[in-house]
Ligand binder design. Structure first.
Ligand SMILES: C[S@@+](CC[C@H](N)C(=O)[O-])C[C@H]1O[C@@H](n2cnc3c(N)ncnc32)[C@H](O)[C@@H]1O
Length: 164
C-alpha cells in the first residue's frame, strides 16, 4: 500500500485556537477531537475556555508525552484525553470497525491543522463518520470539495449536512 501523507508539527497559537473554536461554535459539554493534536494547544483551549470534553490523537510519542504533561499541569486530566495513535487507524473510525469512546463519530467538532494531501485521505472518512450538525474546523487549509460554513483569515469551518 502506498505510504499515507503526513505533516510535521506546527502549533496553533492559543489565541488562534480560541478564534477557530469560536468560529466552529464549540459549546460547553460538546466533544472536541483534534486529529494530529501535537502538544495539545487546541484541546487545552477547548477545555479551559469552552468547557468541552476533548480527545486528541497524535502519532509522535514525544509530542504525546509533552501534551499529557501540560494537561496534567493544568489539572485537565478529567477533561482532556491524549491518545498515542495514527489518525488513519481503523480503531478511531466506527465505519471501519472501530469501537469505543475515541471514535471520531462521537465528535461535535473536529479540529484539523494538516495539509491538502492528508485531507484527500481524511475527507471521505469524515463524510462517512460525522453526525449531522458536526463541524470540522480547519486551520490554514480549506477542505477541497466542501462548501465553507464559516470562515476567517486562515480559518475554515464546515458543517455536516450543510456543505458536505
Ligand atoms: C501542523 S501540526 C498541528 C498540531 C495541533 N493540531 C495544533 O494545531 O496545535 C500536525 C500534527 O499532526 C501530527 N500528525 C501527522 N500525521 C499524523 C497521523 N497520521 N496520525 C496522528 N498524528 C499525525 C503531527 O505529528 C503534528 O503534531
Amino acid at each position: 500500500m502506498a505510504e499515507l501523507p503526513t505533516v510535521p508539527y506546527h502549533p496553533t497559537p492559543h489565541d488562534k485556537a480560541k478564534e477557530l473554536l469560536s468560529l466552529a461554535e464549540l459549546s460547553e459539554g460538546e466533544v472536541l477531537f483534534d486529529l494530529g493534536c501535537g502538544k495539545g494547544n487546541i484541546l487545552i483551549v477547548g477545555a479551559e475556555e469552552f468547557g468541552a470534553r476533548c480527545v486528541g490523537i497524535e502519532k509522535d510519542a514525544e509530542l504525546v508525552k509533552e501534551a499529557r504533561e501540560e494537561v496534567k499541569r493544568r489539572g485537565l486530566e478529567g477533561q482532556v484525553e491524549i491518545i498515542h495513535g495514527d489518525i488513519f487507524a481503523p480503531e478511531f473510525w466506527a465505519h471501519l470497525g472501530g469501537e469505543g469512546k475515541a471514535v471520531v463519530r462521537n465528535a461535535d467538532v473536529v479540529a484539523i491543522y494538516l495539509n491538502f494531501e492528508m485531507h484527500e485521505v481524511l475527507r471521505p472518512m469524515l463524510e462517512k463518520e460525522l453526525r449531522e450538525g458536526a463541524r470540522v474546523a480547519s486551520f490554514e487549509f480549506f477542505v477541497r470539495g466542501w462548501k465553507i460554513y464559516r470562515e476567517k483569515p486562515m480559518m475554515f469551518v464546515f458543517k455536516k449536512g450543510d456543505g458536505f
